[in-house]
Design a protein around this ligand. Structure first.
Ligand SMILES: O=C(O)CCC(=O)C(=O)O
Ligand SMILES: [Mn+2]
Length: 206
């Protein structure tokens, strides 16, 4: 079972990533709009650096984040409960446009700010119970170009993508069951990046 890496620099996803699970649009937002929104969010949001429990130890996450959503979308992640901030107008507008064009209702968004190339996110799947069986996740990237890795759990095959400023990556269907994803460190990246993952939180578990 070898480890393979595919490098993808174009605007299309490689065909081995099934389009029933992954789709990518490089210019969902124009470069100018993406840069403007990046600066606005970076300078406006009340960024936090939560502490999470990983294998029994507490760590500050290596990035900043804000969790925003409808009032009933509290979310449990690595031993912490995140209660949503109220919607900010431009984010709410984006949420409504995405809900409409993808035919999925999004009610929350996790916004991550990677200040430079040393901020990162480790391997995980977005498979928390609150997201339901086959979640659709819409991921919008702003700012610095960063590598995004997808690993097929069964084979260990890793695919490297590059998520451009203004791009939209949609993960749906079996994607969170069959794959993990990560945003590795990239020492040479000095600019910041903001990523918004729109989600639907089920509030009727109990
Ligand atoms: O920054 C990214 O592109 C990924 C973020 C992510 O995986 C998450 O918020 O769960
Ligand atoms: Mn994720």
């Amino acid at each position: 079972m070898g480890l393979h890496t595919t490098n993808v620099n174009g605007t299309e996803l490689p065909s081995h990533l099934g389009d029933d699970m992954f789709s990518y649009q490089a210019d969902a937002l124009s470069a100018v709009k993406a840069q403007r929104l990046y600066c606005y969010l970076r300078d406006t949001l009340a960024w936090q650096q939560p502490t999470i429990k990983v294998f029994g130890k507490w760590h500050s996450i290596p990035r900043l984040q804000v969790y925003m959503g409808d009032a009933d979308t509290a979310y449990t992640y690595s031993g912490q409960v995140f209660t949503p901030e109220p919607w900010l107008k431009p984010i709410d507008d984006m949420r409504n446009r995405l809900s409409q064009s993808l035919g999925t209702e999004f009610n929350a968004v996790l916004i991550n700010y990677y200040r430079h190339g040393l901020d990162c996110m480790g391997w995980h799947a977005d498979d928390e119970a609150e997201l339901g069986e086959q979640p659709t996740i819409a991921s919008v990237s702003l700012g610095a170009l960063r590598k995004f890795k997808l690993k097929e759990k069964g084979s260990g095959v890793v695919t490297d993508l590059a998520l451009a400023s203004g791009s939209l990556l949609v993960m749906k269907g079996q994607s969170q069951k069959l794959y993990e994803h990560s945003l590795p460190k990239q020492r040479r990246v000095s600019q910041g990046r903001i990523n918004l993952t729109f989600r639907h939180i089920q509030s009727t578990l109990l």
